[in-house]
Design a protein around this ligand. Sequence first.
Ligand SMILES: [Fe+2]
Length: 282
Amino acid sequence: MNLIKSKKALSAEIVNIDLSKDLKVDQINFIQKAWDENLVLTFKNQKLNDPQLLKFSKYFGNLDLPAPNPYGINFSPEYPEINVISNVKEKGKPIGILGDGEATWHADMTYNEIPPKGAILYSLEVPKNQGDTHFSNMIAAYEDMPERLIKKIDGKILIHDASHNSAGQLRKGYKENADPSLTPGAKHPIIFKDPTTQKKSLFLGRRPHAYIVGMTIDESESLLNELWLHATQEKYTFTHRWQNNEVLMWKNLFVLHKRDSFDPNTRRVMHRTQISGDIRIS
Ligand SMILES: [Fe+2]
């Protein structure tokens, strides 16, 4: 097994390993260390069925069940910890979530008090040269932040919206709400300090419906715009162009991610697992 670091601000590829096989402790430790250091890991040419994807995922922690989706459907009843990310419809019914549209920058489920530690995507079928996934390194963005901006956010608390998914769709059981100060969701410090490594990172969650506690709406909107502009600069990012049969895993607390839209007449099918968090942030 070898590690090939990307030349970008985050991510590495691991080669010469078959993830469908049982992994040895030293292999798991190698991957865990590489993941901690590079935040995003990719593995090409993997042939995994659902039980193998679950087994691989569980090396890195307990798994969460998928968040409620707008359709109220469990897309993988046999393996409920697997979520299906797809635009494909069979007999007029979606086989997964998020459709073919763009998903804007976000981290997953940060509207929970204990957000997930990471997530793993496995590409079963993807269209060529579209639907790229982008990642932005929030440790690098914090470390590189102008002092005047750090002063503005030091000690500040942000509301992370629970009511919409990353495609902007309203989740089941929530209502639209025009006032961001009333957004439902966890309240987290904008600067997150990892209790293990003591490293600080920007912890932004998602931009729409966010609100910085104690500010006027205008102040909050303007500071959030400034923060998001800083956090998503190209110099902190890595773009993944998908092929079939790839595994990609990311550290959810330290990166933002987004997805490009793709041609609705193509098929994109991914299976996803999510590693439970173990840090109560707020
Ligand atoms: Fe996401």
